[in-house]
Design a protein around this ligand. Structure first.
Ligand code: C2E
Ligand code: MG
Ligand code: MG
Ligand code: MG
Length: 284
């Protein structure tokens, strides 16, 4: 094996580098099999009206039901997926599964006020030339309505958007899909870019919500994002609300929708379905 020979010849440090590469390749293969073999699971975290706790939307959050390591969160595999490109089929799988689940809840609660579904999109996915076709196919196959879907992109996508990315995002908007900027405030988004992009939702990053009660700077960022949302006519969603004080501070600022462990943790599909059905249960 030429690579192994070269690595050995270059000495111990090189050999370790080589084995890291092998490890990455092996882990990538394992992850691609996980997608193909349906080892992934989609959890859903409700987003609620802060004042009433009413369910407004659910965000799909991927988990990996690993055969030996148990249930893994995205923190343990999303970076690898992004680096290797495995995130492209993984992300399509998540979108399809989430739309299937959400379409079934809708079918079981006819006439109900339709729920919004949010799904995360990685920078690699947004960079795919066939992004729009992929999303359109999944919506058509599952019957989930485009105008109830929000795709969450990261701030890095909008920092230096190329014209092709912008046109893909505009095509998604033209289908009626909402576009959110996730973890907003962490990446120094240029305001000029934000205005130029067809973005409709800003999600205040958890780090600012966490500090809202006792860190004046974190508080200022939350206020600034709420004002920015008003100025640009974008919806603002607060992430990572863990205490009633944080919820109250956000309400006082004019932020009306949020997510966090204080309201709901991410739930497995069955529990999400139960929550959605409870929402539409007739009042007795
Ligand atoms: P995100 O999209 O910003 O999702 C919010 C994360 O914060 C979730 O972590 C959620 O469980 C966690 N969270 C929500 N409320 C609270 C709270 O009150 N306190 C604390 N401490 N945490 C809270 P999770 O599920 O581990 O996901 C982490 C990140 O992985 C997500 O951040 C998202 O960027 C990424 N991710 C998840 N699913 C997907 C996916 O299907 N595709 C892609 N590309 N990325 C995904
Ligand atoms: Mg998100
Ligand atoms: Mg976030
Ligand atoms: Mg995040």
């Amino acid at each position: 094996d030429t690579a192994l020979y070269a690595a050995k010849r270059a000495g111990r440090g090189r050999f370790e580098y080589y084995s890291d590469v092998m490890d990455t390749k092996a882990r990538e293969a394992e992850l691609r099999h996980a997608v193909a073999d349906d080892e992934l699971v989609v959890y859903f975290q409700p987003a609620v009206a802060l004042a009433t706790g009413d369910l407004r939307a659910v965000e799909a959050l991927v988990r990996w039901n690993h055969p030996t390591r148990g249930l893994l969160g995205p923190g343990e595999f999303i970076d690898l997926a992004e680096e290797t490109g495995a995130v492209v089929p993984l992300g399509a799988w998540v979108l399809r599964r989430a739309c299937q689940e959400a379409a079934a809840w809708r079918a079981e609660t006819p006439g109900a006020d339709p729920l919004r579904l949010a799904v995360n999109m990685s920078p690699k996915q947004v960079a795919q030339a066939d992004l729009v076709e992929t999303v359109q196919t999944i919506l058509a196959d599952t019957g989930f309505p485009p105008n109830r879907l929000t795709l969450e992109i990261t701030e890095s996508v909008i920092l230096q958007p190329d014209p092709l990315t912008i046109s893909r995002l505009e095509a998604l908007r033209n289908l009626g899909i909402q576009l959110a900027v996730d973890d907003f405030g962490t990446g120094y988004s240029a305001l000029s870019y934000l205005r130029r992009l067809p973005v409709t939702v800003l999600k205040i990053d958890r780090s600012f919500v966490t500090g809202i009660a006792d860190d004046p700077e974190a508080r200022s960022v939350c206020e600034a994002v709420v004002h920015l949302g008003e100025a640009f006519k974008m919806n603002v969603v607060a992430e990572g609300i863990e205490t009633p004080d944080q919820a109250a501070a956000l309400i006082a600022m004019g932020c009306t929708v949020g997510q966090g462990f204080y309201f709901h943790r991410p739930l497995p599909p069955q529990e999400t379905a139960a929550l959605v059905h409870k929402r539409f249960a007739p009042v007795s």
